[in-house]
Design a protein around this ligand. Structure first.
Ligand SMILES: Nc1nc2c(c(=O)[nH]1)N[C@H]1C(S)=C(S)[C@@H](COP(=O)(O)OP(=O)(O)OC[C@H]3O[C@@H](n4cnc5c(N)ncnc54)[C@H](O)[C@@H]3O)O[C@H]1N2
Ligand code: MOO
Length: 366
């Protein structure tokens, strides 16, 4: 169960027991019969959590009881100790007492009954769902295997992080993607930096053993954009290339044997947005999610926005003072702008100009 966090239930998880299994006290006090109100009572024993009272409570009798303890047979109500006075075995009311029968009692089955669906197939195994499954009598949870994701950066200009060489560019998409998938059930296969060379790319792709191959860079139309030709040369095929999305237009999806190939643009912000919209949902789908897509939520615009063109646009923005504020420059190379953003404002294709105070859909960023 400790390895189930963040995965998705592969089957329905049903309760193997009823919770609570008995009527339990919700408070520290005395178990009584409500019809005996307003007392007095004779205290005949004690019921503690894990150590129930063996006998039963008759007319005029009470037991000491503690939170989580089973209500003795015959008792139906708990008088809290703050409203009780005790003198030896004699108990008297020292306050208003319980207002109704069953007060301060958690009835058997209050939370759930045996056979109830605790987690439905395809639901995320959140902390609370893991806990409810444990309470329901489970020690393991059904999940799919981790998704094997091979990640490759492409580009002759790239060097591993750490370099300040003015003739090179630190490779950042690999660490960004790994961080974006850190909360998902993945096994990452790091293919590092691949050169802008058809044969080198073909060879690297042909030997990939993964459920998903994610590349960045080399996705567009330049002479050195070789990911698509290399995928085909390796025996793969293209499902779609270029989409009406900004940033992220040159994204490609294809197949290589049993591996799904997603070729993301090299611009870091384009890679981020396409990973948000395609890579993460696809991994969630492969991991068994019933509902893998990101969930836009409404927000109030902090500034006017111009009309949008034909591509759906995801504007880097920050949420403060209860409103969303788009960054002034929306260039898909600008990582510091992305790093300062807390959400993306979604501008549908051909959206008309929007005014400050209008509502817009956003995606919150983790
Ligand atoms: N004539 C056209 N040119 C371009 C078009 C187009 O439609 N016609 N599309 C533009 C769009 S939109 C994008 S986005 C870019 C992305 O194209 P590529 O996927 O081929 O990306 P690259 O050229 O390889 O790289 C773009 C940019 O990003 C830097 N980069 C690449 N990989 C990394 C990495 N792993 N870490 C950090 N930075 C990276 C790279 O150095 C470039 O500066 O194409 C437009 N061009
Ligand atoms: O769509 Mo590109 O992704 O403009 O940056």
């Amino acid at each position: 169960m400790r390895e189930a966090a963040g995965r998705w239930a592969a089957r329905d998880v049903t309760a193997r027991r009823t919770q609570p299994a008995h009527d339990l006290s919700a408070m520290d006090g005395y178990a009584i019969r409500f019809e005996d109100m307003p007392g007095p009572w004779t205290v005949i024993g004690e019921s503690a959590a894990g150590r129930p009272y063996a006998g039963s409570v008759d007319c005029g009798q009470a037991t000491r009881i503690f939170t989580g303890a089973a209500l003795p047979d015959g008792a139906d109500t708990v008088l809290v100790q703050e409203e009780a006075a005790r003198d030896g075995a004699t108990l008297t009311l020292a306050g208003e007492g319980p207002a109704h029968q069953g007060r301060n009692v958690r009835r058997r089955g209050l939370d759930f009954s045996e056979g109830a669906t605790l987690v439905a197939a395809g639901q995320r195994l959140t902390p609370a769902r893991i806990a409810v499954a444990a309470t329901g009598g489970h020690a393991t949870l059904p999940v799919r295997p981790a998704v094997r994701v091979a990640i490759a950066a492409t580009g002759d200009e790239l060097v591993p992080p750490g370099s300040t060489d003015p003739t090179a560019l630190p490779e950042s998409n690999g660490v960004m993607l790994a961080a974006m998938l850190a909360d998902l059930p993945v096994e990452i296969i790091d293919l590092g930096i691949l050169p802008d060379n058809l044969e080198a790319l073909r060879e690297a792709f042909a030997s990939v053993e993964a459920d998903l191959l994610v590349t960045t860079g080399g996705a567009s139309v330049g002479d050195h954009d070789l990911v698509q030709p290399a995928l085909k040369a390796a025996g793969g095929s293209v499902d779609f290339w270029r989409i009406a999305l900004r940033p992220g237009k040159p994204m490609m999806a294809g197949r290589l044997g049993d591996t799904v190939a997603l070729s993301l643009p090299g611009n870091p912000v384009s890679a981020f947005v396409t990973a948000t919209l395609f890579v993460r949902p696809l991994i969630a789908h492969l991991a068994g999610a019933a509902d893998p897509l990101p969930k836009p939520i409404p927000a109030v615009l902090g500034e006017d926005l111009p009309a949008n063109g034909p591509r759906i646009d995801y504007l880097r923005a920050a949420m403060f003072d209860g409103r969303v504020h788009a960054a002034a420059i929306q260039d898909s190379s600008m990582l510091l702008t992305l790093a300062r953003s807390t959400c993306l404002i979604i501008r549908p294709p051909h959206a008309p100009a929007a005014a400050m105070g209008d509502s817009a859909e956003i995606l919150m960023l983790a």
